[in-house]
Design a protein. Sequence first.
Length: 529
Amino acid sequence: MDSIDMDKERLTAEMAFKDNSSAVIKIRQRLPDFLQSVKLKYVRLGYGYSCNPATILMFLTIIPLSIATLVQITGLELDLLYELWTKRSVQLHEIDVATRLVGFALLLVLLGVYLGKRSRPVYLLDFACYKPEDERKLSVESFIKMTEDCGSFEAETIQFQKRISLRSGLGDETYFPKGITSRPPNLCMEEARNEAESVMFGALDSLFGKTGIKPKDIDILIVNCSLFNPTPSLSSMIVNHYKLRTDIKSYNLGGMGCSAGLISINLAKDLLKANPNSYAVVVSTENITLNWYFGQDRSMLLPNCIFRMGGAAVLLSNKAKDRGRSKYELVHTVRTHKGADDKHYQCVYQREDDKGTVGVSLARELMAVAGDALKTNITTLGPLVLPLSEQFMFFVTLVRKKVLKAKVKPYIPDFKLAFEHFCIHAGGRAVLDELQKNLQLTDWHMEPSRMTLHRFGNTSSSSLWYELAYTEAKGRVSGGDRIWQIAFGSGFKCNSAVWKALRAIPLGEEMGNPWADSIHRYPVKVPVG
């Protein structure tokens, strides 16, 4: 086998023969029907998340033992408790002072235990997505011409990238950094830093302007960027630019792929639980200047065709006073990491090709691996979010199939009963097609993801925020709405976050929204290519 052509939909294997003829086999690459096969251990894991052991212990043991101790110490009889509960004739002064003091102390202890174990709410005050200047726009036709003119690609490789680009679902207004569009390309550390600064500072300036929060008010800073990790780090770059406090808790996550944005949200949630009365900023971005591939390996060319410039900044708070002005409350985060399996670990892999050129290789098993990770994540999330009726039907069918070995058709839960809005990582058109089919979602539910892919391309971990910005710009978010963000990436990882809207987002609230000047043109019909 000479080569493997893998695009977003098809795997083409070319088998060469002695007479230089070739047989071409086209295999439809589909996301596995992951809802047809689930494991009970992930269902149990989901129920484990929803049932806090400390809370169960308190209600089943501590409270009954405390009541028994109260009765034993004070000599309070059950008959008197019953009369106190049912009859007004028994007055508080009829209970002796010792009983009242012990009872009051017990209530204080129980209240303290409850407040100590209760999770502090995490609020999302606002977020901002970076929108580059218009001169950074590049149409699909211009991208193809740039690929032809750079002189680094063979004719077959150019044709391959052209075919991918025309059917990728990307439109003519996606953005490239200056280092890539320069003639000749100027792919150096300085240009990569310029790209990072433009994206991160642009998003943060917008965020601070929208919220009125000053940089020195920030207590926690988390930055995630998979492929560009300079020294000093990107988080240090932000600390230096905005002159943040010396006691700030800063973190820089690298190499964690397109799902790293939700990993950052999960980390921020844990840090906010441990640090009361704090603000946390999460910056999600990717940097493509130093990661443009100029080789001929087709498994490493797909990122050239779909990844584009972008980033987002999110402001989180655990302050009770911020609830009234926040947009969302974080309800759940579920993380799935399948890296223990070699096939999953090597599925998206940065390496050198046979000529020594570095790029990110996408294995032909990508769709199967993604389906397996999605299955695990969704099965774990289900018990946390699905209505009891859906949980019951799903669980009964699963037990009959797995335990009783009955030949029954799997029950596919209706996630539309759990969420009003879906923000699915805009990783590619074919993946979105298969997810829509598996989750039985409508075109309306998939619209934010498809339009984000069309307008901004695959911006990696920040794509989820462009999708939520689209939903807001359309005026679709009402108070109480539930939003599901789900992303997948190298490792192989799949991560989910569930948000609850605390208020309606009016159409006029568009300051800093990257869709503000183009939302009237969307949705558009995306050509198949």
